[in-house]
Design a protein. Structure first.
Length: 433
């Protein structure tokens, strides 16, 4: 089916006595077994099915199947947040502890996870310039077990060269994990371009209404984990599985089963069924929302770029953006809701933000409501001036997350705030009098 149809139907067909049209909310912690024999088989993971909702729930399962379909993946595991999806996807590859090569332009929460918590666990990270394939190759160590990057970075919307980076990884038998939160599968499907695993903060574009938190790990089922020395957690026998391996038992679903039956089970960041239902409802309108947002982004960029209060707009649709050519190939429909606006002077930042009447100052993306933030003092406030510069940002950069309002109203709000800020900047003496 096409993505528009999968967004509405994948993973669910009305069934049972009442055939509810809406994927039902199964709020149950546990599931009855019809016999002791059935319980034995299910607990031993020899028979599929639900035992206890920490590791699987029928409502959550519909979400997992829907996102797997949208991403073109084989298996998915939902988690409580995007943060836990990132953590579990990588812990399953790097326990030991091992080494990760990661893009230097990542979501702040991921940077904290990698540089602080993972560092405490002994997992080592090398950060590289995402746009430089040679840097990825050069950072590989003997025990590198994952590449990690974002398909579209935040807030500059740098598009990752997935074919080039995944080719380097696969030469070295390293799986590539891609955070596809900002782009959403509507704009790019990383698995189609060589990636092995996709993660999402479903809190953002998938849920789309700023009302629930959630995350998901999607596996292509195609990476070769059969080397027992390299991937003992998947290919070697485990005491916990009566001395069988996940690979023997689950074949191409082995990685997803590791995420679910070890990390989700043992650490417990489980998605609540009600949240899964909320995310499912959000996904139904994702294609329509993505198209509307794309049109609004185009309108705003076109109408605002000549404003004297703006030094530059950073967006792949513009020829000056470093990802302009790559974006034509990988993200032809757009890169999502984020636009980075660099004001003409840092002194304009506060007046513009405080002058907005419709657009809210808030640190979220992918909401129905348009939001603005100032990375240098908000999401990226822990970065030094040089780290900020490495990320392509400066103190004049604002991040806009375009929502579903009428673009004419958004344009009017931004224009009046920019005009007001410029008036104030040009007349500082009358301002102080
Ligand atoms: C928000 C976000 C996360 C973390 O997701 P939560 O749902 O907030 O835990 C991870 N990656 C990206 C790109 C994000 O925007």
């Amino acid at each position: 089916m096409s993505q528009g149809t999968d967004a509405v139907h994948a993973g669910y067909r009305p069934s049972g006595d009442f055939r509810p049209m809406l994927p039902p909310l199964h709020n149950s912690a546990a599931y009855q077994f019809q016999s002791h024999a059935e319980a034995i088989e299910k607990f031993a993971l020899r028979q599929a099915g639900f035992t206890y909702s920490r590791t699987g729930n029928p409502t959550v399962s519909i979400l997992e199947q829907r996102v797997a379909a949208l991403e073109g993946g084989a298996h998915a595991v939902a988690t409580a947040t995007g943060q836990s999806a990132v953590a579990l996807s990588l812990l399953a590859l790097t326990q030991g502890p091992k080494h990760i090569v990661a893009s230097s332009s990542l979501y702040g929460g991921t940077v904290d996870l990698l540089t602080d918590t993972f560092a405490d666990f002994g997992i080592r990270i090398s950060f590289v310039d995402q746009a430089d394939p040679a840097a990825w190759a050069g950072a590989i160590e003997d025990d590198t077990r994952a590449f990690f990057l974002e398909s579209v970075s935040n807030p500059l919307c740098t598009v990752a060269d997935l074919p080039a980076i995944t080719a380097i990884a696969h030469e070295h038998n390293i799986p590539v994990v891609v955070d596809n939160t900002l782009a959403t599968p509507l704009n790019v499907r990383p698995l189609d371009h060589g990636a092995d695993i996709v993660v999402h903060s479903a809190t953002k574009g998938l849920a789309g209404h700023g009302s629930v938190l959630g995350g998901i790990v999607v596996d292509s089922g195609e990476f070769d984990f059969s080397d027992t020395a390299r991937w003992p957690q998947i290919a070697a026998p485990r005491v916990r599985l009566n001395n069988t391996s996940l690979l023997e038992r689950h074949g191409p679903a082995a990685y997803a089963m590791l995420v679910r039956s070890k990390f989700l089970h043992d650490l417990g960041p489980t998605l609540a069924p009600a949240s899964a239902q909320g995310i499912l409802a959000g996904i139904e309108t994702l294609p329509v929302r993505a198209a509307h947002v794309q049109r609004s982004v185009t309108t705003l960029i076109h109408e605002l770029s000549a404003h004297p209060g703006i030094a530059a707009i950073h967006h792949p649709s513009l020829p000056a953006h470093p990802s302009h050519e790559l974006a034509k190939k990988l993200t032809p429909k757009g890169t999502g809701c984020v636009v980075a606006i660099e004001l003409a002077h840092p002194s304009l930042v506060s007046p513009v933000i405080d002058g907005l009447k419709l657009i809210s100052l808030a640190a979220n993306v992918g909401d129905t409501r348009t939001m603005i933030s100032h990375p240098a003092t908000m999401t990226h406030c822990r970065l030094s001036a040089s780290q900020l510069a490495d990320a392509g940002l400066n103190t004049s950069t604002l991040r806009l997350s375009v929502g579903l309002e009428d673009p004419a109203d958004l344009l009017a709000d931004l224009t009046q705030a920019l005009d007001l800020a410029l008036d104030q900047a040009l007349a500082p003496q009358t301002q102080g009098a």
